[in-house]
Design a protein around this ligand. Structure first.
Ligand code: PLP
Length: 368
């Protein structure tokens, strides 16, 4: 086993998928969001597992991410949520049968030119902007311009779906989401029948079913074990993160610890140096509040997080160098998850899951 490692539990992922599926109305498909390397969990093994659990499509952010899944032999619909430009990348996406997002007539033309001479048409989903102001068309006129441009391609580009994205489905009020839903319905009305319609993310799956179900939902963070609304209590964290104690010393009251000497011991303590720092992606900002698990006990981090190491109070635990330390995970009824790490570092679990750097190896357990 590696001294420091992130462990991805594919069986926990599978159980989360079943919990999410139980919230979705019969007949609504589940698209699994595996962008950004499946939020740091490994897009290929995660995609394989979620498809076995009944997800019917995958979402990625870029054509390059979609190509990686195709190269791994994954054949379902893959929707690219972002917009890419440039002939070579668009042609590669079209050849690989990726479903592209469009929201601009010029982009439709660009895709059409990139796809000239290919065997089949390029499938696209039209992005409707219902309030996030990120990507998409937000008026019936702009929508009709894109649809017209698609029709002008004479079958080279095919409109297969239309979708939007909630800006605040996990916020304190559902009002803005309800307004987004109204605009979504209005914009859908002018589109051809039979296309796939989708808007719900994890928060909307937990909070806005069945109104926001449509034909498909797009689940991301909840698959990986985090409920954005707090309404789903039974999700399991999929990724854990472990390391080891490298050195131990007893220090007297008054000893000062770490860069800037920001921590002064109020009593004598046994202090362990732990292999992990911001060079591994452990947020330096967490320092003042952070805890780790040693022998199933929550132990406070002392002083600032260094690049490669941190110091931890292990007084009374009778531990030795080499002892396992859980940075994120559960032991003996205690738990530290990405939400805790995010709270300590003033960020969100999404960023924590993605923050480990290349020098932290990842292993997968459970079936793909
Ligand atoms: C367009 C789109 N759909 C769905 C998702 C999944 O969101 P969540 O992880 O909150 O379920 C994202 C995530 O950023 C997204 O950008």
């Amino acid at each position: 086993m590696h001294p420091m490692v992130r462990i991805v539990d594919l069986d926990a992922l599978g159980r989360n998928i079943q919990r999410i599926r139980s919230r979705i109305p019969e007949g609504t498909g589940l698209m699994a969001v595996v962008k950004a390397d499946a939020y740091g969990h490994g897009s290929i093994p995660c995609a394989r597992r979620v498809l076995r659990e009944g997800a019917s499509a995958l979402c990625v952010a870029t054509i390059e991410e979609g190509l990686e899944l195709r190269r791994a032999g994954l054949t379902p619909m893959i929707l690219v949520l972002g917009v890419s430009h440039g002939r070579d990348v668009l042609r590669a996406g079209a050849e690989a049968g990726l479903t592209l997002t469009v929201c601009d007539p010029d982009h439709v033309l660009e895709i059409r030119h990139a796809a000239e001479g290919l065997d089949g048409p390029v499938s696209v989903h039209l992005k409707l902007d219902t309030g996030m102001n990120r990507l998409g068309v937000s008026s019936p006129e702009a929508r009709d311009c894109v649809v017209h441009a698609i029709q002008e391609t004479q079958g080279l580009v095919l409109l297969k779906g239309a979708y939007s994205h909630f800006a605040d489905a996990d916020g304190p009020s559902i009002h803005s989401s309800m307004d987004q839903l109204d605009l979504f319905r209005k914009l859908l009305r002018g589109l051809p029948a039979g296309i796939l319609r989708h808007i719900a993310n994890s928060a909307a799956i937990e909070r806005l079913m069945p109104e926001a179900a449509f034909d498909m939902v797009r689940a991301g963070i909840s698959m990986y074990g985090y409920s954005p609304t707090g309404l789903e209590q039974h999700l399991e964290m999929v990724m854990t993160w472990e390391t080891e104690i490298t050195f131990i010393k007893d220090l007297p009251a008054g000893a000062r610890i770490g860069y800037g000497l920001t921590c002064t011991l109020s009593r004598s303590a046994t202090v362990a140096t732990v292999r992990c720092g911001y060079g591994d992606g452990y947020h330096r900002l967490s320092g003042e509040h952070a805890h780790v698990l040693v022998k199933g006990k929550k132990c406070p981090v002392l002083g600032r997080i260094c690049m490669d190491q941190m110091m931890v109070d292990v007084t009374g635990l009778n531990v030795r160098a080499g002892e396992r330390v859980i940075l994120m995970g559960a032991e003996s009824g205690e738990k530290i998850d990405a939400q805790d790490l995010a709270d300590w570092a003033c960020t969100i679990p999404y960023e924590v899951l993605l923050s480990a750097t290349g020098r932290v190896p990842r292993v997968w357990k459970g079936k793909e």
